[in-house]
Ligand binder design. Structure first.
Ligand code: C2E
Ligand code: MG
Ligand code: MG
Length: 614
């Protein structure tokens, strides 16, 4: 129950409130009744009684939904608000006709590339009398008065008009997301109306993204579901807006399919460890179920860096720009040298959405463009790995690789080129500053001359259980990278550990560690030219190996075999079997390196009538 009181003596009234409440509760069957009081103090007695009563009622209405408040005084602001409400509802048509409603645009920026992914269309009512009215005020009122569909279609038409204009002028088209309200779905098919407008202006579907607020989707039946599906099947991206703001976000995710979630800015309003952990969990979950992620309301650099570091793909917020008129957007676009994403570029970067950077594995994303390597993303663990190898920063390592500064850089470059060409997942090992490094690479996507590669990097020198050779001489370590293959073989234990593998089929040799005989055979079949295989087997024959080594004047044995290189061609490699002693135990170091005389031997070989396979 609610009561409006229009009363002169506030003090006597205050004393009366509990009395009145008690009396009402005393009535038959009324003990559970929630009694609320709206009070309008009267200072001038010229006020008509109806006005006073209606103000008291207005005050009472304000606390209707608040369970623990029972008294509310009328304030002037309440009256203003009521007036504005009436004004909005009464003048909406006029506002549309006279173009008092403007469409503003707010940029959405991609974290890894800094590209302008899209803009969100947001309406502003700029009233000749009342000044700027925020959509936070007029949108709910238009929803209540069933006029919101008119607004939303007006906004869409404005977007399409600008899109067409851009195209006609030969300028870049920027993808735009627009908001749909719940009420939009219950006045005939909103999909069909959107299509009709879009077609009229010949705007491609992939230039328009539909935003639907999650609270809209609660407990709604088939109509909403089917309309959303129609949008998606036709090729529109559909985004869930304000994720996390309602009380059944997760259920909504379960019941509908979306392309992207916009995480509600409320999570950023208090930038605490707790809220950060919640955001991380949302990002991780979104990636698991294949959704792109956008963080709303990013205002500071600190927030932007955090959002990027956890692998959230897109950012919207004052940090990059407030909602602004189209002309201002164009100006800002020139000023900031923004690059607008094409649908192809969007798809290319979209390949990153599946990568979960919140693991304890060292992960990085690099972009390889015409042989040039650039880090787009590195997580903390990856940076740690780089520091452990004595490097200063990911950027520094990229510079070295790009400059082809030495054999390691060259090897890494040809390794990455190989990953790009083969689209395969590959592993290479190398040593730098006395550390054994393992680099794993996985191909993700290509766009024109650019390729995305996911990297994982481990320093297995410091991982005790995997450490193959604590005491290998520093000098030998640094010599290793001259080789195509270096393995440390423990004949007694029948194991071989690759210290350096810079060749195709390396995956196998990285996984397989025991069974030397099998490994030799596998190596031969995948890597050695058929014409050299017999000699290769004899060279690796275990029973005579010890004797051959003893008899050789160098204390080691070598042989030349045509071996598959990184370019998948056979090269003459010198293979050597070198006995070494580590901690008083006998090992064999198996090495293969390109022969310095490769070309001459090649010529010699072809001229002798034998064909060289490629
Ligand atoms: P929304 O769709 O979630 O839009 C984002 C709101 O957050 C916008 O408020 C924007 O100005 C604000 N915002 C963006 N970045 C920041 C930031 O860094 N910090 C803070 N504090 N705020 C930021 P706006 O424009 O007032 O819109 C409010 C809501 O009104 C929108 O929320 C949307 O739900 C609704 N809306 C706006 N225009 C339309 C429309 O044309 N149609 C419909 N149906 N709804 C609209
Ligand atoms: Mg929105
Ligand atoms: Mg939002």
């Amino acid at each position: 129950g609610a009561a409006g009181l229009f009363c002169g003596g506030v003090h006597t009234l205050k004393k009366q409130i509990p009395v009145i409440t008690g009396q009402i509760h005393g009535l038959y069957d009324a003990s559970n009744l929630d009694v609320k009081f709206g009070i309008c103090p009267v200072d001038e007695y010229t006020m008509p009684v109806e006005v006073g009563c209606s103000r008291a009622r207005m005050a009472c209405d304000c606390i209707k939904e608040i369970p623990d408040r029972h008294i509310c005084y009328y304030t002037h602001a309440m009256g203003e608000k009521r007036n504005l409400r009436n004004y909005i509802i009464d003048h909406f048509r006029e506002a549309l006709e006279k173009r008092w409603i403007h469409v503003y645009f707010q940029p959405v920026i991609r974290t890894v590339s800094g590209t302008l992914a899209s803009v969100e269309a947001l309406s502003r009512w700029i009233d000749p009398q009342k000044g700027m009215i925020s959509p936070g005020i007029f949108v709910p009122l238009l929803e209540d008065s069933r006029q919101i569909r008119k607004l939303d279609m007006y906004v869409l038409e404005e977007i399409c008009r600008l899109c067409q204009l851009q195209r006609e002028q030969g300028k870049v088209m920027i993808p735009v997301s627009f908001n749909l309200s719940r009420m939009d779905f219950f006045q005939g098919s909103v999909f069909e109306e959107v299509e009709e407008i879009r077609k009229r202006y010949q705007v491609p579907r992939n230039m328009l993204y539909v935003e639907i607020t999650e609270s809209v989707l609660i407990h709604e039946g088939d109509v909403l579901y089917q309309e959303i599906e129609r949008f998606r099947q036709a090729g529109y991206e559909v985004w869930m807006d304000d994720f996390g703001s309602g009380y059944s976000s997760l259920n909504t995710l379960k019941n509908y399919s979306f392309d992207e979630i916009k995480i509600d800015m409320a999570f950023l309003s208090e930038f605490t460890e707790k809220s950060q952990n919640i955001i991380k969990a949302i990002i991780r979950m979104a990636k698991k179920i294949g959704l792109h992620t956008l963080m709303e309301g990013v205002e500071t650099r600190e927030q932007a860096e955090f959002v990027q570091s956890i692998g959230c793909e897109l950012i919207q917020g004052y940090y990059y720009g407030r909602p602004m008129p189209f002309d201002e957007l164009k100006r800002k676009y020139w000023e900031k040298h923004w690059k607008v994403e094409t649908p192809e570029l969007r798809q290319y970067y979209g390949a990153l959405s599946v990568v979960d950077f919140l693991t304890d594995k060292p992960l990085a994303v690099v972009e390889v463009s015409r042989g040039n390597v650039r880090y787009l993303f590195t997580n903390e663990e990856y940076k740690e790995t780089i520091y452990s190898a004595g490097m200063e920063s990911p950027e520094q390592t990229a510079e070295l690789v790009n400059a082809q500064a030495g054999p390691i850089s060259k090897n890494i470059q040809s390794f990455l080129t190989d990953v790009v060409q083969s689209h395969e997942r590959k592993i290479m090992t190398y040593t730098v500053n006395g550390q054994y490094m393992k680099l794993e690479a996985e191909y993700l996507a290509s766009h024109e001359q650019n390729h995305l590669i996911l990297l994982s990097h481990t320093n297995f020198t410091i991982q005790k259980e995997e450490n193959p050779s604590d005491n290998l001489d520093e000098v030998i370590r640094n010599l290793l990278y001259l080789y195509q293959t270096v393995s440390l073989v423990d004949v007694e234990k029948d194991t071989a550990i690759p210290l350096m593998m810079n060749s195709p089929y390396q995956d196998y040799f990285h996984k397989k560690r025991t069974g030397i005989r099998d490994m030799v055979e596998q190596y031969m079949e995948t890597m050695i030219h058929p014409g050299d295989r017999e000699r290769f087997l004899a060279f690796n024959a275990q029973d005579s190996m010890k004797k051959r080594i003893q008899q050789s004047p160098e204390g080691m044995i070598s042989g030349s075999f045509r071996t598959l290189g990184h370019d998948k061609k056979y090269h003459w490699d010198i293979h050597s079997i070198i006995p070494v002693i580590l901690k008083g135990k006998n090992y064999i170091l198996y090495t293969a390196r390109i022969s310095p005389f490769e070309n001459e031997l090649n010529i010699a070989c072809t001229s002798s009538g034998e064909e060289t396979e490629t």
